[in-house]
Design a protein around this ligand. Structure first.
Ligand SMILES: *[C@@H]1O[C@H](CO)[C@@H](O)[C@H](O)[C@H]1NC(C)=O
Ligand SMILES: *[C@@H]1O[C@H](CO)[C@@H](O)[C@H](O)[C@H]1NC(C)=O
Ligand SMILES: *[C@@H]1O[C@H](CO)[C@@H](O)[C@H](O)[C@H]1NC(C)=O
Length: 398
């Protein structure tokens, strides 16, 4: 009897081990399998991660890559709009979204809490620390291809994170298979973005010569501040540029210049009361996060702490001797050609100035059209481990 009981216990344990191997993760919100945790990466500084295992029809999740998603805009939580408006399987009403990255790959959403980083390098090091802990806890991901994706401000964060992750692996601190880093509408060289505003708006017929001159003048002043490394004043000047655009261009939607806007529409990036409610009630309850700080779509403290860093260019991070030169990582940039905020011409401008050994391969590569089911969707250009994709129909994903 005793023997049988022991035998049964052994069987049950073996079964549990097998099940936990075949079906990883927990059930959090919705029907998918997930993992999440709130981890300390520096004294008093925490990162929250939420892993959504792929729902692809595969025998093991390890057959699909892992994508780390960092939200753009300092302080905007990637678990909110990232999961429920951009990449995840359902929206905040619980309805299936039309398409989801989780159908194809495992996605790890990451956001910052507590003692916010003061500069880009700190952000990168915090993220490396998170990955070290994550890969220790989920060793199966050590051999799975890893890709880092982000947008907008991620144009600063993601390349530096990729570089630091590569270096951490080289030093034997962690093991991962980092294959690529890609950013949509990157805020990599902020000044190049701002200098592109006036010509972009003039050429698109959105402002006239007077508007062009007013915006150019302010952008020129901002350039002076950036050259003088007066980062906070540059940031304040950028608000003046935006106000001028708003008044010269009748409140054009800066993330997609073709989007129709109503005169009463007040759009603030990262603010949606319905989303906040959903995150603070449903998600907090489902994942048992009551002990975590209250979820915020955008905590302005992050922005204030990073103030000195926002206008610092970080294109040198994809410059010679760094990402493109010394790592095997593929670098991808995607640009919605209707976006003004990180306008395509500004991005093209800093790419043109980048120096790396295989630079001419990129420069000489033809730009080709890409189509999906016969429809023209945009253009692409690849060379020297750098790829650029221009999306014809979209600004930011709005
Ligand atoms: C999943 O893949 C297997 C093997 O390729 C196939 O037999 C099965 O029909 C697929 N299931 C679904 C729901 O697509
Ligand atoms: C969120 O919670 C409310 C209240 O419990 C519930 O009515 C609603 O269906 C939940 N939404 C989702 C998407 O689960
Ligand atoms: C934003 O985060 C900081 C640091 O964690 C916190 O002290 C502050 O209360 C948060 N802001 C708001 C408005 O909750």
């Amino acid at each position: 009897m005793q023997l049988n009981l022991t035998k049964n216990i052994i069987w049950v344990c073996a079964l549990c081990v097998m099940i936990s191997y075949i079906v990883p993760g927990r059930v959090g919100l919705g029907s998918g399998v997930e993992e999440w945790d709130y981890v300390e990466v520096r004294e008093g500084a925490h990162l929250f991660y939420w892993l959504l295992y792929t729902t692809a029809n595969v025998t093991s999740f390890t057959e699909r890559p892992l994508v780390v998603w960092l939200q753009g805009e300092p302080g905007v939580a990637s678990t909110g709009s990232g999961i429920f408006e951009q990449l995840g399987p359902t929206n905040i009403e619980g309805r299936a979204r039309q398409s989801s990255w989780v159908q194809h790959v495992n996605v790890l959403f990451v956001e910052e809490h507590g003692r916010y980083a003061r500069n880009n390098r700190q952000i990168a090091l915090d993220l490396v620390q998170l990955m070290e802990q994550f890969l220790k806890k989920y060793p199966a991901f050590r051999t799975v291809p890893l890709h880092i994706f982000s947008e907008s401000y991620g144009g600063k964060m993601a390349p530096e994170f990729a570089l630091e992750l590569h270096l951490a692996k080289k030093r034997g601190r962690l093991d991962c298979q980092l294959k690529s880093v890609a950013v949509g509408n990157p805020w990599t060289s902020p000044l190049d973005s701002v200098l592109s505003y006036a010509p972009f708006l003039l050429q698109a017929g959105i402002v006239d010569d007077d508007g062009y001159r007013r915006i150019s003048r302010l952008a020129g002043e901002l350039a002076g501040l950036v050259y003088a490394e007066m980062w906070l004043r540059a940031l304040m000047k950028a608000s003046e540029v935006q106000e001028e655009i708003s008044s010269s261009a009748g409140g054009v939607f800066i993330y997609n210049t073709q989007r129709r806007v109503h005169v009463d529409e007040v759009y603030r990036y990262g603010e949606d009361p319905k989303m906040s409610h959903f995150m603070r009630s449903n998600v907090t309850r489902a994942l048992g996060l009551a002990k975590m700080p209250v979820w915020m779509e955008q905590n302005s403290t992050v922005f204030e702490r990073l103030g000195q860093d926002i206008f610092k260019p970080s294109n040198h991070k994809v410059n010679r001797n760094l990402l493109l030169e010394e790592t095997p990582i593929q670098v991808g940039l995607c640009s919605g050609i209707l976006d003004l905020f990180c306008a395509t011409p500004g991005t093209v401008s800093w790419i043109r100035r980048l120096k790396w050994t295989r630079r001419s391969e990129y420069a000489k590569a033809p730009r080709t059209a890409f189509r999906i089911e016969g429809m023209l969707e945009g253009y692409e250009k690849h060379g020297g481990r750098l790829s650029m994709m221009m999306q014809a129909n979209l600004g930011k994903n709005l």
